[in-house]
Design a protein around this ligand. Structure first.
Ligand SMILES: [Cu+2]
Length: 198
């Protein structure tokens, strides 16, 4: 299990290091109702891609657009503004954190994040942009999700956080050493007496 996980991570790392050859394409759907029953969503709302990858925002439902949010893209990156009910493809050439919105539904919280490559340099700047309406809570959730990104995660959609915080060690409870017995000292090899020089 651990070994196959390691192999998968190694394969992903290899993939990531060769993106100049193999740029990937991603789709983010614009939906009136998301898989989790939330209304007005980008799906997936949180993506981690490599520099050179392309994300296409697809108008699965009509009446939406995708536009970068002012102050939420890294320095040197080009802002974008898709037309309503039209697909728009963005190739991300600058590492960083990109916040984007659906302009008609920003106040209803229709927002998303794309993290590109080593996105950390502009993460806090994007996170500190003041938000209004339901966009504030949705962005808070997305930044929290990004911060808690599972170890080994390199590219693709970032899974949502579990709905309820789960106590860290429900499984590794007492049992092993209930009575606080002193741990058995390491059995020591009988150290051979230093042989007296002959
Ligand atoms: Cu919308």
């Amino acid at each position: 299990m651990i070994n196959s996980l390691k192999a998968a991570v190694a394969a992903l790392a290899l993939l990531a290091s060769s993106t100049s050859v193999l740029a990937a394409d991603y789709e983010v759907r614009m939906l009136n109702v998301g898989p989790d029953e939330k209304s007005m969503v980008f799906e997936p709302p949180l993506l981690h891609v490599q520099r050179g990858d392309t994300v296409t925002f697809v108008p699965t439902d009509r009446g939406h657009n995708a536009a970068s949010m002012e102050g939420m893209i890294p320095r040197g990156a080009a802002p974008w503004q898709g037309a309503i009910s039209e697909p728009v493809s963005i190739t991300f050439e600058v590492d960083g954190t990109y916040g984007y919105i659906c302009e008609p539904h920003y106040g209803l919280g229709m927002v998303g994040l794309v993290l590109v490559g080593d996105y950390t340099a502009s993460f806090e700047a994007a996170q500190s942009v003041r938000q209004r309406g339901r966009a504030a809570q949705r962005f808070r959730d997305l930044f929290a999700q990004a911060t808690a990104m599972p170890p080994g995660h390199l590219i693709g959609a970032i899974p949502p956080l579990p709905p309820e915080p789960v106590p860290a060690d429900t499984e590794s409870s007492p049992a092993a050493n209930p009575a606080g017995m002193p741990a058995e000292p390491h059995a020591k090899e009988p150290a051979g007496e230093p042989a007296p020089a002959q």
